[in-house]
Design a protein around this ligand. Structure first.
Ligand code: C5P
Length: 333
């Protein structure tokens, strides 16, 4: 059957309109001008509000998030670079007071020398709708014993461990991968070539220590004897920014304790550089003592009082973050 000419024209016009509208809708929905790529449709399914590409995003706000937004500040960089290394007088004085030194070296000269040894790069500040960075933060609590969390911990992109934490012999409970190991000179251990060493400096001498431990080995003592050399890849060394340290103490701990624990500082690093944060191995015992998963009992001196840290307050804040779905807490046994 032959269609009349006007019906042919109408069909063509309708077809043209349909193609134009579909193209417009596709481009509007999937084109990401910031990356100059089309977004994979899965990302839209995974995160309806598009803050990141995970199921749950750190920066995605819920209705009752005032407590979180009052504290969370993405403008303070967690890691030190040459550019952000200058400290305000206020920050410098607070930081110097943490573990005061009798004759500290000149801070900016030490920083200058530091970045001749380690890279000066801005890392991890790349949050956006394309990114889904999952992180496991592994504290050292004895509650990891018998937890069988190993595979779950290892399944994140970043696995952040700290201080003396071993994995060998404990893989089923704590996993075997480590991407970042957070430490300070007095808690330092050797690392493999691929692991990022995150140094928390408490004093200028700690910056001199890392320079020395990676090169000449001359710094052997801080307030106790320390490792004079460390096995680590000097291209994989990151420095926790003292300005960020103070922000965590003031905004998140509201000045509780003398200063935050390694665990809390590591958790907060993750909160600021990851989209999804899973937390393992946090929790003192009922008497407020910290014990470690690799130590046996009271006789080995495994239980220590949380000392300069306010373990209770830190735990309360951590629990609140979990209640508000910012992190997921795995409480072990
Ligand atoms: O004892 P250590 O400081 O090496 O442990 C690392 C971190 O793990 C602590 O700073 C603390 O935040 C956390 N921890 C804990 N409960 C324990 C032991 C450690 O919350 N029983």
């Amino acid at each position: 059957m032959k269609l009349p000419k006007w019906r042919k024209l109408r069909t063509l016009a309708l077809l043209f309109c349909a193609i134009t509208v579909t193209t417009f809708l596709f481009t509007f929905t999937f084109w990401d001008p910031s990356s100059r790529f089309y977004k994979h449709p899965f990302h839209l399914l995974a995160s309806s509000k598009g803050q990141c590409a995970c199921q749950q995003c750190m920066t995605e706000l819920e209705d009752d998030d005032a407590w979180f937004t009052e504290r969370f500040n993405l403008s303070v960089h967690p890691l030190m670079t040459r550019d952000n290394s200058a400290l305000s007088d206020d920050t410098f004085n607070w930081w110097q007071w943490l573990q005061s030194e009798s004759r500290p070296a000149n801070f900016s000269e030490v920083v200058d020398e530091l970045f001749q040894v380690i890279p000066d790069e801005v890392l991890y500040m790349d949050a956006g709708p394309e990114r889904c960075r999952t992180c496991s933060v592994v504290g050292n609590s004895g509650n990891l014993k018998g937890s069988q969390y190993g595979r779950l911990i290892d399944s994140s992109h970043f696995i952040i461990r700290m201080n003396q934490a071993p994995t060998a012999g404990f893989e089923e409970d704590v996993g075997s991968r480590t991407t970042h190991h957070v430490m300070y000179p007095e808690s330092a251990i050797d690392l493999d070539n691929a692991t990022m060493l995150v140094l928390i400096p408490f004093k200028t001498l700690d910056l001199q220590w890392i320079i020395s431990a990676l090169t000449t080995g001359t710094v052997k003592y801080t307030y106790v004897p320390v490792k004079s050399r460390i096995k680590a890849n000097k291209d994989n060394v990151l420095i926790y920014n003292p300005t960020f340290f103070k922000y965590i103490y003031e905004s998140w701990l509201e000045g509780h304790g003398r200063y935050p624990s390694t665990g809390f500082l590591s958790l907060m690093l993750a909160v600021h550089i990851c989209d999804e944060v899973n937390v393992f191995g946090f929790g003192a015992d009922q008497a407020g003592n910290w014990h470690h998963y690799w130590e046996d009992n009271l006789l080995s001196g495994a239980f220590r009082h949380t000392g300069v840290h306010d373990g209770d307050f830190e735990y309360k804040v951590t629990q609140l973050l979990a209640d508000k779905h910012k992190i997921q807490m795995f409480k072990g046994r």
